[in-house]
Design a protein around this ligand. Structure first.
Ligand code: MG
Length: 168
């Protein structure tokens, strides 16, 4: 339930061909530690160029964040993307809203994020492809440290089962 369909070190490692070859043309993007570091107003290096490549390849994106509109709206504006704030991942409601916004089918959608317990679990529950990226920066908040420890434990467990490598 927590295991991502695909895994990459960073978002810009995901190539349009990789997605299109799997019929994935619509992306649900996490913000914090996926497109930039926590609370940071500027996209991480390479993110704008990556988004441009995606849209040139006909791949559409929407932002789905558990963070509030005050944080998400200006960031989404910078990227020129529609957004849903207070997304309540891993609940399905936010993903449902993305699907309606993008006018697409579940089989064409993939969610990209850095957290197993929100981004990946939510995508799996909703029934769309899930892509895990490494967090851009380690968090210092204690709750995050606990979550990351659990996540790393799970990823280690999956690795022992021989299912862990990166896809690119
Ligand atoms: Mg995140």
């Amino acid at each position: 339930m927590f295991y991502p369909d695909y895994r990459f070190k960073k978002i810009s490692d995901i190539r349009p061909d990789f997605l299109l070859g799997r019929g994935l043309r619509f992306l649900v993007l996490d913000v914090d530690n996926t497109l930039t570091t926590h609370g940071h107003p500027v996209p991480a290096k390479g993110v704008l160029e990556w988004l441009q490549e995606m849209s040139q390849a006909g791949i559409q994106s929407v932002i789905l964040s558990n963070n509030n509109a005050k944080r998400v709206e200006p960031f989404a504006g910078k990227l020129g993307l529609p957004y849903i704030a207070d997304g309540r991942k891993p609940l399905c409601s936010g993903y449902e809203r993305c699907l309606n916004l993008l006018h697409c089918r579940k089989e064409e959608m993939a969610a990209i994020g850095d957290q197993l317990f929100t981004d990946i679990l939510g995508a799996r529950r909703f029934g769309i492809a899930s892509i895990l990226v490494d967090p851009i920066q380690a968090e210092d908040f204690w709750l995050f440290k606990c979550k990351r420890t659990l996540e790393n434990g799970l990823l280690c467990y999956y690795k022992k089962q021989g299912r862990s490598g990166y896809d690119g």
